[in-house]
Design a protein around this ligand. Structure first.
Ligand code: PAF
Length: 281
């Protein structure tokens, strides 16, 4: 596995590999890798000749300085996990390498970012779109791999690819969960044992809500009951629970046949912000 720290190295390598007819897969990450990330890398290794993984804690997508400061950073462990999963190129740049000067360009995704993560984390998707665009330009992937755990991010990246005509295929993999249902996340490492013990409630609440959606319980009632169920555990501070259209991500007031619904939740638990989601077809 090659390790590059400069944009020039990655750009030159990717260009050469493309010219040689090799198929490139990109797995963008912020490191502190877990099984969810590694499944993306393994899938990329199956489908591509080169797997480029990036490990970069992108400061421009953090709206909370403490969240950025405390975000887990495990570069050696990440590198050790990536090679056996089939990664051929690891891109680990510094902040000044990615942002030689502060980006001035601003992305506006309209209604898509005016809900949920976009509404609660001002500037978050601007930062995501900026860094993902840079990575697409540098790594020139034929295929880019993302996890469904960040449901709204996937919708934003899909829009980015369409609007800027990035010539690549987006592949999305289902959320990988711990045996007790907790969605794998790099932030889980920050949970205290007590917080970790109650964390699966987030998934249980989503499952209950999904059952209600299937039974046709009105969205407002599903939302209310899910919030009440989460409030049963006083350690949780819910930020939002939304019953939304799975394509537009806009909150819904009723169901329509053939329109999939997504349930999205964000909550704070012992100072750690967790998100999860579930699609109901
Ligand atoms: O999902 C993430 O880890 C990040 O948002 C991403 C896509 C790597 C951009 O920094």
């Amino acid at each position: 596995m090659l390790i590059f720290t400069t944009a020039a190295e990655l750009r030159a390598y990717a260009e050469q590999a493309r010219a040689a007819g090799r198929r490139l897969g990109l797995v963008p990450t912020m490191g502190a890798l877990h099984e969810g990330h590694l499944q993306l890398v393994r899938a990329a290794a199956q489908a591509c000749d080169e797997v480029i993984a990036s490990v970069f804690v992108n400061p421009t997508q953090f709206n909370n300085p403490d969240d950025l400061r405390l975000y887990p950073r495990l570069p050696e462990q990440d590198a050790a996990a990536l090679a056996p999963a089939g990664c051929t190129v690891l891109f680990m740049p510094t902040v000044s390498e990615v942002y030689p000067q502060p980006a001035v360009l601003r992305f506006d995704f309209g209604a898509l970012e005016q809900v949920m993560e976009g509404a609660h984390r001002p500037g978050h998707f601007n930062g995501v779109a900026t860094v993902v665009s840079k990575l697409f330009h540098l790594a020139r992937p034929h295929v880019a791999y993302f996890g469904q755990k960040d449901f709204q991010q996937v919708a934003i990246v899909r829009q980015l690819i369409a609007d800027l005509s990035f010539d690549l295929k987006l592949v999305v993999f289902p959320t990988v969960r711990e045996v007790d249902g907790l969605a794998m996340s790099s932030r889980n490492a920050r949970l205290s044992p007590a917080a970790r013990a109650v964390a699966p409630l987030l998934y249980q609440v989503l499952q209950q809500a999904a059952t209600q959606v299937r039974l046709g319980v009105p969205p407002a009632q599903v939302q209310q009951q899910a919030l009440a169920a989460l409030a049963q555990e006083s350690a949780f501070i819910p930020e939002y629970i939304e019953v939304a259209d799975a394509h537009s991500l806009q909150p819904i007031t009723s169901y329509e046949a053939g329109r999939p619904v997504v349930l999205c939740v964000a909550a704070h638990l012992g100072g750690v912000r967790l998100i999860d989601n579930m699609v109901v077809e």
